[in-house]
Ligand binder design. Structure first.
Ligand code: GDG
Length: 574
């Protein structure tokens, strides 16, 4: 038995038993956090001389992680070391519960020991920045709020001044490291390739794809440049988690620079079937790049199958260092309790009251989506016209509020969509409005998150019908925001990843405007008992799978996948 101790926190190793994973430990933080280690024979060592530290070092240097050992963490405030060793003053729970739970507590409360988490995404939302309207930014902010680390990516700024190192600021335990892009790089990497080629491809919109070899080269080049800047920031025990389609080749570029840390990737969009993906010119390069990751997370089992079958078509090389290359469906969650609370508070705000009184007793139907063709907004407006035509009794009985923050406005397809929506909303309103009522309120601005939460709570229907969506967090937020005593009804596209978990929603085919209209009519008429039953099932799923469970499951699977396949004998430490 070994006890490392520092202040009130003791770490107790018992390496004769089974189970917990020492791979989560960061050697350097261990040394800094626990200056002294006491062995079973009572001898005290400086941490750097202790057998456990040497053992960690040795395994880490060989690119291997420590084998599984049993170890426990407990808090033993002000106990003399001898008493810590016997464990007799510990609460019973700490002797019985899985060590993980205590480790987690120690990590979160004291920020000790756990490897540094490096989150990488195309765009970094700086703490002083405007609240982001985008699923990925919302999810990463949620993850980093609970677990400090580094967020690396593009600053959102375009600058032709070349800087070798990123700008770094730290706030509330999170380090933000950002790089600017030159105008040419931004055009090739972001507007042309990521959003003009990959985004439509991943959403099954082959007709919208523009492929340009130079843009693809620019995309690869920006990924290589980002890798070089990121590599310079890395420490040996860091765990790297890269997000989304902008950065598919980043892991491979890091490996080329000799980075052997665990690297995971999460794709927030859908992944299309192999026939579609492989119609992309030079797709082999991207599929090979997926091979550099220890773990690839996707939103649904369908996405996992599609990616695996595309990768099977090319002989993908695994990440090396004796690791596996795993694909795992891991649906992203939201911070359910937090969003529900935001909605409870939001409903008492002046803005929500204003909206409510403006409805004059009518039901509210709500949609909130970035202005993006994958969200199928023209079909929603058309479905409202069908509803008002085929069920005239619904006229003047509801107001449909569509909140649509602008997005990627430099990409021509998005400019066209904006014009199309403006005229579609005008057409429906022109045809059906009365002097005291218009069916559609179309807001083409970002709404603050707290306001949005309040609006979702007072809505009778959430109308979320994308053609394709990796997950769709708004669908989940709509459910979390509802009043349990009088919940609204979710009308959801069956092609959103969220439909896997939210299958008590009214699921519709987004291409069928009549089916959407009928579902909205049924939602408006649905009796309270049925609304509650459907809502409870969905809320239950949201409480089981939150953004925190998603994060933990991803990091656990990443640690597991990054562990070399060859198992080591159990160490006898001290
Ligand atoms: C990508 C994938 C996947 C929306 N309008 C406003 C606003 N929002 C917030 C929502 C939500 C987020 O933005 C949108 O998330 P979604 O998941 O619905 O959609 P994408 O932006 O396309 O996200 C998607 C997601 O990544 C996560 O993996 O689910 O499939 O495409 O949180 O509330 N926020 C504010 N004002 C708005 O007007 N503040």
């Amino acid at each position: 038995m070994t006890v490392a101790h520092r202040d009130g926190l003791a770490l107790h190793f018992d390496c004769h038993g089974t189970t917990e994973t020492l791979t989560l430990l960061n050697r350097h933080r261990f040394q800094a956090s626990f200056p002294q280690v006491v062995a079973a024979n009572g001898n005290a060592h400086d941490a750097a001389d202790s057998p456990i530290w040497r053992r960690m070092n040795e395994f880490s240097h060989h690119g291997r992680t420590l084998p599984r050992s049993r170890f426990r963490v407990y808090r033993a405030i002000d106990l003399p070391v001898g008493e810590m060793q016997t464990g007799k003053h510990l609460p019973a729970r700490s002797r019985e519960s899985p060590a993980d739970e205590y480790l987690e507590q120690a990590f979160i409360e004291k920020g000790l020991l756990l490897s540094r988490l490096i989150m990488v995404s195309n765009r970094v939302t700086l703490p002083a920045g405007v609240a982001a309207a985008g699923g990925l930014a919302v999810a990463i902010s949620d993850v980093l709020r609970e677990r400090s680390g580094v967020w690396f990516g593009w600053s959102g700024k375009i600058s032709n001044r070349r800087s070798a190192s990123p700008s770094v600021t730290t706030e509330a335990g999170v380090t933000y490291a950002t790089v600017d892009l030159s105008e040419a790089d931004h055009l090739a990497y972001y507007s042309s390739y990521a959003n003009g080629t990959l985004w439509p491809l991943l959403h099954y919109r082959l007709g919208l794809i523009a492929f340009d070899h130079l843009a693809f080269d620019g995309y690869l080049k920006v990924n290589r440049n980002m890798a070089a800047r990121l590599a310079a920031l890395l420490q040996p025990d860091d765990v790297i988690w890269i997000h989304d389609y902008h950065l598919i080749p980043l892991g491979a570029a890091l490996r080329d620079l000799g980075v052997s840390n665990p690297i995971g990737f999460f794709l927030h969009t859908p992944f299309p079937v192999a026939e579609v993906f492989c119609s992309l010119p030079r797709h082999e390069i991207l599929l090979q790049a997926f091979g550099a990751y220890d773990l690839i997370g996707v939103q649904t089992p369908t996405d996992a199958r599609s990616l695996a079958s595309s990768m099977e078509r090319v002989a993908v090389t695994p990440p090396g260092f004796g690791r596996r290359n795993r694909i795992l469906p891991l649906p992203i969650g939201i911070d359910t309790a937090n969003f529900a609370e935001l909605a409870r508070q939001g409903v008492r705000s002046a803005d929500t009251s204003r909206l409510k009184s403006s409805l004059a007793g009518r039901d509210l139907i709500i949609g909130a989506d970035r202005l993006d063709y994958s969200k199928a907004l023209p079909n929603r407006f058309a479905a409202i016209a069908v509803l008002l035509t085929d069920w005239p009794e619904t006229r003047s009985s509801f107001t449909y509020l569509q909140i649509t923050p602008p997005s990627r406005s430099e990409v021509p397809e998005y400019q066209r969509l904006r014009r199309e929506l403006e005229s579609a909303a005008g057409r429906v309103n022109g045809k059906f409005a009365e002097c005291d009522w218009t069916p559609i309120r179309y807001v083409n601005r970002t709404t603050p998150r707290s306001k949005l939460a309040g609006y979702l709570r007072i809505a009778r229907v959430g109308l979320i019908t994308p053609f394709r969506d990796g997950m769709n967090l708004v669908a989940k937020e709509f459910v979390a925001a509802q009043d349990p005593a009088d919940p609204g009804v979710l009308v959801l596209s069956k092609f959103a990843g969220a439909a896997y978990e939210m299958n008590s929603a009214l699921l519709v085919n987004p291409y069928d405007t009549h089916e959407i209209a009928l579902a909205v009519r049924n939602a408006l008429k649905m009796p309270l008992l049925e609304r509650r039953k459907r809502w409870e099932l969905m809320m239950d799923a949201l409480q089981r799978n939150t953004v925190a469970t998603w994060r933990d499951a991803f990091l656990r699977a990443l640690t597991e996948a990054a562990r070399p396949a060859i198992s080591q004998p159990e160490p006898r430490v001290a």
